[in-house]
Design a protein around this ligand. Sequence first.
Ligand code: 6PG
Length: 260
Amino acid sequence: MSSDTRSTRPHDIQILPDQEALAGAAAARFVAFAKQRTDAGEPFRVALAGGSTPKALYTLLAAPPYHDEIDWSLVHLFFGDERCVASDSEDSNYHMVKASLLDNNPDIPPQNVHRMPAELPDHDQAARQYEDELRTAFALSDDSQDGVSVPRFDLILLGMGPDGHTASLFPHKPALHVQDRLVVATEPGLKPFVPRLTLTLPVLNAAVQVLFLVAGKDKADTLARVLNGPPDPENLPSQSVHPAKGHITWLLDKTTLPLS
Ligand code: 6PG
């Protein structure tokens, strides 16, 4: 199953020998999670991570063998966060996903790709527009007892920055504490220093499966604090991801994370 799988807190950790193996392990899990839904004729709704680590995963998913394992007509791709730049900017997460997955995979119906409209000048309006898209895609009503119906993603892919952020939930930013929204605009905490749109913690914590993909020599100390240190969610937002009725798996690259 894995070179080194151990469970510490209520989540699993799989340490892979290098980034290529990490992408392969993520692709195998993506396929398994997708088939759990599509084999039953159900939609598989996944929020994609941005940044650079997941590029190799998305590239694998666009080609055999992984591509051919998935019924893409039932896969709906969403975004966990997006930079407020043009969709063809090198800084755009959509641009990265388009280049690594969408352009090489004609089987994904265009209407199944739910891009965040982060290029809109009014960022709060853009966030609310994406909230509406989520409510429609998940057939949510807005009359739940707590006032906010939350979409339950089948899978949310996440990365972690060297500052402990995930999605675009950065340390000490107000977005960390938002409980009554699905998507918010936020100021950045790391490069690229542009405003962002991000799913909020209630959405991340409603997921069925969360898959963290972490690689990068500059993250080892932060990762150890996130996984094994005392609770410190204000400084380590990734610690705040713990789905009440879901499961987290951390896929870690051994070459860049000298974990004991
Ligand atoms: C983003 C991402 C962000 C990313 C981490 C890790 O928009 O930048 O959503 O949360 O996952 O910063 O990025 P790398 O994979 O590039 O290290």
